[in-house]
Design a protein around this ligand. Structure first.
Ligand code: SAH
Length: 484
């Protein structure tokens, strides 16, 4: 793919400039010795070899071996938390299970992650503590995503306003890197009214985001708007926080979900001789206060609704909340324009048992001490495509290493290497590049997927419109980059 001149110029400007103002994320720290190889990586996040030292305050103490949220497979056998620390969520669930019987895995996951008082994300959030994500590894990641949005804004006619809507922004690092690119491209965006809208369920993480993005200068429960908090970014852009995508105002928007969909609750199903059964969570009658998986004795509403007649796998995971979210995004994009970029680990409807837990960078038994560990499952991109229901076009999934390469990560690395003088920074830059791009690390496990208005890919046929003959600008990231 050859980028049009406007996009080429954009890429060159953004790739060249942004690095002058910011040191690489791991600048100045020494890298610890590589951790011993994990005994086994049954499921998800492979242990990361040499852990980068991170310079942000949140991660400066993070010298231990890191585990990223990687790949998939059956999980939950390793690293159980002691039952002595029965979590608040566990106590709550035990009462519920005794009173009303087994719950679905989706209900279990929802309680464990987002229970209003005790859920994992509600109380602590874990980014950096239990797992590490691409934006936390290198500033380049967020910068390239920022360029993607600006290039889509340019390709769709440089409208005079857009909303950047991020779902599950974690520490706010990714938004911060994107806003830095917007600031670098201020001359281009000067006539555009940009606002940022963050959908975040965790009070703790929203405070961290507010600190990171606004220096903590925020107003809680502002009047007359649906946001629960608002502030102004360090670069002067208004930022709003919401608990649900439905609270975000309608309008021309660019949506971002990075490692968000994998945190939404899944249903699990098992094929048996008697037909499909749903996997449920129940109390283990053999061990006090311990949970176990059981199969529903008969079909459940979820088996009726979520298993496709043509399904060939014996074990299936379905995330209806992700489906509803995609439907909502597709409706909004169809109506108001914009685009959605979704990046996560996942598959195209081929994998089976990917439900797994992470705590302190180690695999964690999903049924132990719920609320104290991150629970996650691979995203099924084929399901997301189906849920868009043709309202928008979809692109991908493409592997992270392909997307970043197409976005010009090699050039950006060269600029940062040229701008840095000391060998420790060079080493850190190369190390984080390897983490993001190496197929055995994050390069192949993570994928990018996009929702775009149909007219972005196929020009509507209009009589007597000379423009209809000119080719549409290609969508950056999803085709090979050429700067010729
Ligand atoms: N995007 C960030 C963080 C990923 S962790 C990164 O890549 O580093 C998942 C994020 O989604 C956290 O911010 C978590 O609090 C948020 N989250 C999880 N479930 C949510 C829900 N149901 N609604 C809104 N936010 C949620």
């Amino acid at each position: 793919m050859v980028l049009p001149p406007a996009c080429r110029a954009l890429l060159a400007t953004a790739l060249g400039l942004a690095g002058r103002h910011r040191l690489p994320r791991h600048h100045g720290n020494r890298r610890p010795a590589p951790p011993p190889a994990p005994p086994r990586v049954p499921a998800g996040r492979a242990a990361l070899s040499p852990a980068p030292l991170l310079s942000s305050p949140l991660f400066s103490s993070l010298l231990a071996p890191l585990a990223a949220r990687l790949c998939s497979g059956a999980g939950g056998e390793v690293g159980a938390a002691g039952s002595s620390e029965a979590s608040g969520v566990l106590r709550h669930l035990l009462l519920k299970l005794r009173a009303t019987g087994p719950v679905t895995v989706a209900e279990y996951m929802r309680e464990a992650l987002t229970n209003p008082g005790q859920g994992y994300y509600t109380r602590r959030g874990g980014v950096g503590e239990d797992f590490i994500t691409s934006p936390e590894i290198s500033q380049i990641f967020g910068e390239l995503i920022g360029i993607w949005y600006v290039s889509e804004w340019m390709a769709t006619g440089k409208q005079n306003a857009f909303q950047l809507v991020e779902l599950g922004p974690g520490t706010g690092t990714l938004t911060g890197d994107i806003l830095r690119v917007f600031n670098q491209l201020a001359s281009l965006l000067s006539k555009c009214d940009v606002s940022v809208h963050l959908v975040e369920v965790s009070p703790k993480l929203s405070t961290i985001q507010a600190q990171m993005l606004t220096g903590g200068k925020v107003q809680s429960n502002p009047e007359n708007i649906s946001a629960y908090m608002k502030g102004i970014s360090k670069t002067g852009i208004p930022i709003y926080w919401y608990r649900d995508i439905q609270d975000v105002p309608q309008g021309y928007s660019f949506y971002l979900a990075h490692e968000f969909l994998d945190a939404l609750p899944i249903h699990k199903f098992q094929r048996t001789e008697k037909g499909w059964r749903e996997v449920l969570v129940d109390i283990d009658p053999e061990v006090p206060d311990q949970l176990r998986f059981v199969l529903s004795p008969s079909r459940t509403p979820a088996t009726e609704n979520f298993i496709q007649p043509e399904e060939t796998r014996d074990h299936v995971e379905v995330c209806p909340e992700a489906g509803v979210l995609i439907q909502r995004l597709a409706c909004r994009i169809e109506k108001d324009g914009g685009a959605a970029l979704i990046a996560d680990y996942g598959h195209d409807g081929t994998k089976t048992d990917t439900f797994r837990g992470f705590r302190n960078h180690k695999l964690h038994d999903v049924l132990k001490a719920p609320g104290t560990a991150d629970l996650t499952a691979d995203v099924d991109f084929s399901y997301l495509r189906k849920m868009a229901e043709g309202r928008t076009a979809t692109l991908g999934p493409v592997k992270q290493r392909e997307f970043l390469k197409n976005m010009g990560i090699d050039l950006r690395l060269q600029v940062l290497l040229q701008n840095s003088r000391d060998s420790a920074t060079h080493e850190q830059l190369l190390h984080s590049f390897d983490m993001l791009m190496n197929p055995k690390k994050m390069g192949d496990c993570f994928h990018f997927f996009a929702l775009l208005p149909h007219h972005r890919l196929v020009r509507p046929i209009k009589k007597d419109n000379p423009q209809s003959k000119s080719p549409l600008p290609p969508v950056a990231g999803f085709g090979e980059l050429s700067l010729k």
